[in-house]
Design a protein around this ligand. Structure first.
Ligand SMILES: Cc1cc2nc3c(=O)[nH]c(=O)nc-3n(C[C@H](O)[C@H](O)[C@H](O)COP(=O)(O)O)c2cc1C
Length: 217
């Protein structure tokens, strides 16, 4: 019982201590193994039909970070952070359904018949879905994993900043990313060189409606 409370407090500390960091110590490197661990934990995030359409392009090479600088509106954090994780949404992620549900069968969570019916439903569902709807799904799933990744990084003593301030088409072209993928966000990860400040939030009452929506201000 006591342990549970302690864990919860740690979690809330991580939540409160996470701030967008824009100044990084350029001498800090994060090993590929550490980055991989963070990504592994992050992939525990939920996703639509568990299709996990997130893909990561991890940029650690200094020359590539420099190449990213003008594409990211010269935001210096892409050069100074240890790594920039580009979170991409795979518009064809649903094609992994067989592989994913196979694992569910192997783990005993699903039988073969249920697996087949899920796959048929997913395949037919995505085949009749508009491109815009698929894009929305991968953006939502990409946002969920981005948040999870930021908190995991903070829990491990690293800092991050979610970045939408870049040119997605230029980014795709410069990094050889095909039309199959949609850039969701860039996520520099590293160690802050200056402590970041907390930013204001609207009051819960300003953003919450109970049972009935009314016009906000
Ligand atoms: C989708 C998205 C895009 C953002 N793009 C940028 C960006 O390009 N550059 C930047 O410095 N911060 C960016 N931010 C960070 C926000 O400014 C920041 O999250 C917000 O001010 C709240 O501060 P906090 O993250 O420290 O709590 C972005 C945040 C989100 C969620």
């Amino acid at each position: 019982m006591e342990t549970k409370v302690e864990q919860a407090q740690d979690f809330f500390k991580v939540l409160r201590d996470r701030h967008s960091v824009r100044h990084y110590d350029p001498t800090v490197t994060i090993s590929q193994a550490d980055l991989q661990d963070m990504l592994k934990e992050a992939t525990l995030a939920p996703s639509s039909a568990n299709l996990q359409p997130w893909r990561f392009l991890v940029i650690t090479d200094q020359a590539l970070k420099e190449k990213l600088l003008p594409i990211a509106n010269h935001q210096q954090q892409v050069v100074d952070a240890s790594a920039v994780i580009a979170i991409l949404g795979d518009l064809e992620g649903y094609k992994q359904a067989e592989r994913i549900y196979e694992q569910a069968v192997a783990s005993g969570y699903m039988d073969e018949e249920l697996k087949q019916s899920f796959i048929t439903r997913i395949t037919n569902g995505y085949a009749s879905m508009s491109a815009e709807k698929i894009k929305n799904i991968v953006l939502i799933d990409g946002g969920l994993i981005a948040m999870q990744l930021m908190l995991i990084a903070k829990a491990k003593g690293y800092d991050t900043v979610p970045m939408g301030g870049f040119h997605p088409e230029q980014f795709k072209e410069a990094f050889g990313i095909s039309e199959r993928y949609i850039p969701v966000m860039l996520l520099p990860v590293g160690k802050a060189s200056e402590s970041a400040h907390s930013s204001p939030r609207l009051a819960v009452n300003d953003v919450t409606f109970w049972n009935k929506m009314t016009e906000g201000e």
